[in-house]
Each structure stands twice: as structure tokens, then as C-alpha cells.
Design a protein around this ligand. Sequence first.
Ligand code: SF4
Length: 93
Amino acid sequence: MTLEETKEKVRSYAEKYAAKKGFRLNPDPEELELVIEGLAKRREQYGVQYCPCRIIYGDKTEDRKIICPCIYHEDEIKNDGACHCALFFKGDA
Ligand code: SF4
């Protein structure tokens, strides 16, 4: 699979997940593209989409927490308006 194809899979996941949760994706197309590309590269390298903005420790139990959507994003969105990577933003509702 090419990087472009992997990016499309990540984009589709992000759009569906955002819609399901009532989030928005980053409204800045360039920033959004960067996060999607970061996730796609990690998905290609590791087989799972580890957060591109967090450190991978090499410990499966620890690292599972940062597979997108990570365990932190809901609190971050609630408190800061966006997840750490600025992929998901608080919805309008
Ligand atoms: S910070 Fe955002 S992009 Fe990173 S794993 Fe969490 S939800 Fe995904």
C-alpha cells in the first residue's frame, strides 16, 4: 500500500470517528494533513496508528494507550478544545 492509500484510510477513520463523537477535524487543512500523514507513517511502520505526537516506549501495554484515538484525547478536547496532536477539535454542540 502506498503512503497516499494509508493516508486515505487514516482520513476515513478520523472523519468517521469525529462524526460519531461529535468532534470536528482540525479546520486548518495543512495542519490536518500533517497529523494524518504522521499517523499514516506510524501505521505503516508499526502496523497500528500510534499517535505521531507522543513517544513510543516499546512496551506494548504502555504503547497501547497512545494508539489513536488515545486514552487522553477526550480529556484534552474537553479541557483544551483539541487533542494533543490537534487532530480532533471540540464540536460546535
Ligand atoms: S492526541 Fe489526537 S491524534 Fe494523537 S492519538 Fe490522541 S486522538 Fe489521536
